[in-house]
Design a protein around this ligand. Structure first.
Ligand SMILES: NC(=O)C1=CN([C@@H]2O[C@H](COP(=O)(O)OP(=O)(O)OC[C@H]3O[C@@H](n4cnc5c(N)ncnc54)[C@H](O)[C@@H]3O)[C@@H](O)[C@H]2O)[C@@H](O)CC1
Ligand SMILES: [K+]
Length: 497
């Protein structure tokens, strides 16, 4: 897992490296700039006309070093420096190191439209992590010109104007790519930042042993899930179906049997020992045919689930996909929550029932996993002004319920009962289609049935779900991906980790 550091922590990391490697700050800047240029060469080497737009802090210092390194590689380079603020010492050093032949333009007033027309690639080195207030005036004008230019734009460390740790206001550069030094920033994981960041990449500038030392000493609530193989359990030679748990899936209603099928199939592919599906009577023949590996418990009602014979004997209950919110179903859910004390996976309509009948929230068994999408989360926890605020509410809900709360999205966030958040990195836009959430419920229920601790199940399950999507997209493309494809590629995802 990679830790996501705050701006202050990143500054402390830089200071730690400068002291303990040891390395002079100008040399660390050189290393960062070299890494940036290496990335450009590998990914945008055919751009040729590079425009470097610099502020006068250390982000601008990076920009000047990048300009010099590109000139040494024989690219055509022009530099623009926006005047204002006291130049940093390392900016001054790199200003002096810039070869005389490089054209340097000082921007002292509103720039002329089309100022960057010459460039095929702009490097945004106006402001980095030192941003302390919204950008306005001449900076906003320059950013308007950058955003209006046809050139690609690669941001140094973070798009200028974007705050790393909180909501942003004012002018912000819209980059095609962002090269972040060492660690990603919290803002990178939010949909509202995507139009500024483009694709983000990290480059290492800290020796790994120093990075490990620093990470060990540094507390953070935010982590990136970059691999999960250490979480995966192995199947023992002398195990039997009882070893892997008996899951109960409560799903399906009139017109929504497909959700039950998707969740059930995913649940089986996640390795559960036994599966029983409780479903309205009308679903009996459908489920027996579509999921022959599962047993079916039939509700007395034709179209809605209303009464579960007993929840005893099941290792886990997954509830919600296609369930509907009929009054009889609400009553059934109340009874299940009163009787069942082992962890549950709660999704879709079961979450909507919780949101509409808030007295049920206190009955959620500790260690459960809730999987709302942002709209369902809003119904549960209330409206928020931005994603930073939503993240805090997510942590608070997880603490309150002593459960894991997964808010689904491009980077699904997984909040532990202690309020620590893990951002998932697998998955793709092909998965933005009906039924993929039902598949996730199935996977998570299947993992909990096998006695994975709830947080491990959530991290592993969300990762596998996205990985199955990525493997499917690799073969099929993103445009016509459907939820069933995720189930088809789940075995390959398991193999891959
Ligand atoms: N040794 C280090 O600490 C390293 C720093 N690096 C670079 O340094 C950057 C951070 O540099 P700095 O801390 O100098 O910060 P910036 O270069 O982001 O900002 C510089 C100055 O801008 C001023 N400022 C902030 N918001 C403003 C606003 N809205 N309007 C006008 N002025 C404003 C601040 O007073 C600050 O002193 C990183 O993002 C990274 O690019 C890299 O070179 C890697 C090593
Ligand atoms: K920048």
């Amino acid at each position: 897992m990679t830790k996501i550091l705050t701006t202050d922590q990143i500054r402390a990391l830089d200071a730690y490296v400068i002291k303990h490697e040891p390395i002079a700050s100008i040399d660390l800047m050189e290393r960062a700039s070299q890494q940036f240029v290496d990335w450009l060469e590998d990914n945008a080497g055919d751009a040729h006309c590079y425009g470097i737009v610099c502020g006068t802090g250390n982000n601008g210092g990076d920009g000047l070093a990048i300009a010099r390194l590109l000139v040494e590689l024989d690219y055509d380079v022009k530099v623009w420096i926006v005047e204002g603020g006291k130049p940093s010492a390392d900016f001054e050093i790199n200003r002096a190191r810039l070869p005389e032949k490089v054209e340097v333009h000082m921007i002292t007033g509103t720039p002329a439209p089309g100022i960057f027309d010459w460039c095929t690639l702009l490097v945004d080195a106006l402001f980095g992590s030192g941003l302390s207030r919204p950008l306005e005036g001449i900076y906003a004008d320059v950013i308007d010109c950058i955003n209006a230019a046809e050139a690609l734009c690669v941001a140094v460390d973070i798009p200028s104007g974007l705050r790393a740790d909180g909501p942003s206001q004012g002018a912000i550069v819209r980059a095609t790519d962002t090269i972040s030094f060492q660690v990603p920033k919290l803002a990178f994981f939010f949909a509202s930042s995507a139009r500024y960041i483009g694709d983000w990449h990290t480059v290492n500038i800290v020796p790994w042993n120093l990075c490990e030392d620093f990470f060990e000493k540094t507390e953070t609530d935010h982590h990136v899930v970059d691999n999960v193989y250490h979480l995966k359990k192995h199947r023992e030679k002398f195990s039997h179906k009882g070893t892997y748990g008996h899951a109960l899936l409560v799903a399906g209603s009139y017109g929504k049997m497909g959700a039950a099928i998707l969740a059930a199939r995913a649940l089986l592919r996640a390795g559960v020992g036994l599966l029983t599906i409780h479903t309205p009577a009308r679903g009996y023949a459908i489920l027996q045919q579509a999921v022959p590996e599962a047993m079916v418990s039939i509700d007395p009602l034709e179209d809605y689930a209303s009464a579960l014979p007993s929840s005893d004997g099941y290792s886990v209950i997954g509830i919600g996909p296609g369930l509907g919110q009929a009054d009889v179903t609400v009553k059934m859910m109340h009874k299940i929550l009163e009787a069942y004390r082992k962890p549950m996976v709660i999704d879709a309509d079961a979450l909507n029932i919780l949101a509409a009948h808030r007295e049920l929230l206190s009955l959620v068994p500790p260690g459960s996993i809730l999987t709302p999408h942002p709209k369902e989360f809003e119904r549960l926890a209330g409206k928020t002004a931005n994603e930073f605020e939503r993240l805090e509410k997510q942590k608070a809900l997880a603490r309150q319920l002593r459960s894991v709360v997964v808010v689904k999205g491009a980077y699904s966030s997984i909040a532990s009962p202690e309020g620590v958040v893990y951002f998932n990195t697998t998955g793709n836009p092909g998965m933005a289609t009906g039924g993929t959430g039902d598949v996730l419920t199935g996977i998570l229920t299947g993992l909990l049935a096998q006695s994975y601790p709830s947080l491990d199940a959530a991290i592993l399950g969300v990762y596998l779900h996205g990985l199955a999507g990525d493997l499917a997209a690799h073969k099929l493309g993103v445009d016509s991906l459907i939820a069933s494809d995720l189930i088809r590629y789940l075995p390959a995802a398991f193999r891959k980790i």
